[in-house]
Design a protein around this ligand. Structure first.
Ligand code: B12
Ligand code: SF4
Length: 482
């Protein structure tokens, strides 16, 4: 069967463009099973998904199924896309990804034009479903698959996680319009018009359980690919597909320090260290030392990111439950800088129980660590997290719809007794100003960077959003539910 795997485009925020790797894995297993997948990522396409569906009909080889991926802030676009596809073409529609793994019934109950929902990792289940549909076989009992039987919705448990990641084929990297992506930060690293930005996943899952973190698909266990398997994919990206940048997108690629070092050593031995790479989502401060950073540098790494989150030890330990201390954070920044790596810090504003004092400590810590890039985020209570349950018990979530969960929605997202959303927004904006604007040396560095001028319209839009803000209506509502 021809299967179109699609990722919708967000209407509410602009961000770096990374390949939707989950779709790459699904395309790879479908291809291996003899089906014909295509990947459509609305974030980088110039034409609507219907263009490809029409073209396939004209060619006499129509698609039989459209599969759409969705995180929580993208679910409404995924529903719209599925509706358009169902109405216009009558093909099977299936949705999967993080939001569907948390709330599968919401879509099944409210969106009758969605035929199937998949919960969890779908490499096995999707192939079984497409095989069954092709053969006219019964598809009941596929773990993870929700479907309708007449009026009835047939639910399923989550698909079991894949234990042996080496058994999977490499993602179908060749199906992405790769020249349209970047792992780097267009505003600071520059936009290379010839970039071929691939991402790689060396492991899945994370055993930590930070209270704000929504990781429904990969879960609380950790599975690592073998070093040789990772290197083989890296070799393919560099030697055959002409990668010019690579992003590691694991939740926690350095959980096993020795394995992380071994990957770096193999990259060096194989001369694969010529292509710059970054850790897209940060690495865990608990499992790093100077030697690792030196090896990363020698292996071609350009920048490391760390989830610092808060400058307040109490918030870090009792509210976020990050499992790390401020001293560990300070040490990794010292070591990474000493190894000659650029650094990036992720900070959160407005966790439950935050006060002016705790947020001030976060700003102070950001200034002290002085990473090359600081990313200040407003806490977002994703359904399924401990933070979400806490706020439902003790406060109220402001949310008109799931779009409000996007990072760049610059509004505090909830209220609790003793918690002042306006203060949170003020401190968050202050963090950007104090970090990026009020330090003459850093400002000069930014102003003399050519890419700031090359991307002036976007720079000005972002500057307005972060430093000035926009007047917005805030309506307290109870949480959205499925
Ligand atoms: C890389 C990444 C990004 C990249 C690229 C995203 C992209 N284009 O895919 C960037 C930096 C752009 C990004 C941005 C955001 N991200 Co992000 N991101 C990730 C990260 C670290 C890895 C994603 C990945 O490649 N996973 C590996 C693949 C194999 O897994 P997968 O995508 O889930 O796919 C599997 C299954 O879900 C399922 N599946 C997926 N799609 C489909 C479709 C069908 C039809 C079927 C049947 C099955 C299926 O099968 C796949 C194979 O097993 C995850 C963390 C994580 N561990 O997943 C967070 C994560 C997905 N992001 C998250 C969030 C919140 C965001 C943002 C919304 C942040 C924000 N608030 O603005 C934005 C939204 C961007 C978007 N396009 O949706 C959350 C999602 C939580 C949620 N409830 O939705 C996660 C889980 C991180 C976290 N722990 O909080 N992200
Ligand atoms: S924030 Fe990072 S360390 Fe914490 S649970 Fe999520 S992935 Fe793991």
């Amino acid at each position: 069967m021809r299967v179109l795997l699609a990722s919708p485009e967000s209407k509410v925020w602009s961000s770096r463009k990374h390949i939707p790797l989950g779709l790459g894995y699904l395309a790879a297993v479908l291809r291996e099973a003899g089906h014909e997948p295509m990947i459509y990522d609305a974030a980088v396409e110039d034409v609507p998904v219907t263009y490809y569906l029409d073209r396939a009909i004209e060619e006499g080889r129509p698609f039989g199924m459209v599969g759409i991926t969705a995180t929580t802030p993208l679910i409404e676009e995924a529903w719209e896309m599925a509706l358009e596809v169902k109405k216009g073409y009558g093909v099977y529609t299936i949705l999967g990804g993080p939001h569907l793994t948390i709330m599968p019934m919401e879509t099944m109950q409210k969106k009758p034009w969605v035929d199937f929902v998949f919960r969890g990792e779908a490499e096995e289940g999707l192939v079984e479903l497409v095989d069954a549909l092709d053969a006219g076989r019964d598809y009941g009992g596929i773990p993870g698959l929700f479907f309708r039987h007449g009026e009835e919705i047939v639910p399923s448990h989550e698909s079991p996680i894949i234990q042996d990641l080496d058994s999977l084929p490499f993602p179908a990297h060749d199906l992405f319009k790769i020249e349209r992506y970047t792992n780097l930060q267009p505003l600071t690293d520059g936009l290379d018009p010839h970039a071929r930005a691939y991402t790689i996943l060396t492991s899945r899952g994370c055993p930590f359980q930070c209270t704000f973190c929504s990781k429904p698909v990969t879960g609380n266990t950790w599975r690592g690919r073998s070093v040789e398997n990772v290197i083989a994919e890296w070799r393919w990206l560099v030697r055959d597909l002409g990668a010019t940048e690579i992003g590691i997108t694991d939740d926690i690629w350095n959980l096993k320090l020795d394995r992380a070092k071994a990957i770096c050593r193999r990259l060096i031995e194989e001369d694969l260290n010529t292509v710059p790479w970054v850790t897209v989502h940060g690495m865990k401060v608990n499992f790093a030392d100077l030697e690792l950073f030196q090896l990363m540098k020698a292996a071609g790494c350009k920048r490391v990111g760390f989830g610092v989150e808060s400058g307040d030890e109490w918030i870090l330990r009792n509210v976020i439950r990050k499992g790390q201390t401020l001293e560990m954070v300070r040490q990794v920044f010292r070591d990474a800088k000493a190894a000659g790596l650029q650094t990036m810090g992720f900070f959160i504003f407005g966790m439950p129980y935050e006060t002016e004092e705790t947020m001030e400590k976060t700003i102070q810590l950001a200034l002290e660590l002085d990473p090359d890039l600081a990313n200040f985020m407003l806490a977002a209570p994703f359904p399924g997290t401990e933070m979400y349950d806490l706020i439902l018990r003790e406060g109220k979530i402001f949310a008109q719809d799931w779009h409000d969960y996007a990072i760049h929605e610059e509004k505090a997202r909830f209220v609790m007794p003793g918690y002042d959303p306006e203060l949170v927004e003020r401190k968050w904006r202050e963090a950007y100003r104090r970090f990026y604007l009020y330090r003459p040396k850093r400002l000069l560095q930014k102003l003399t960077h050519k890419d700031l001028w090359l991307n002036l319209p976007e720079t000005l839009r972002n500057a307005k959003r972060f430093f000035i803000g926009e007047k917005r209506r805030r309506t307290p509502e109870t949480a959205l539910s499925g």
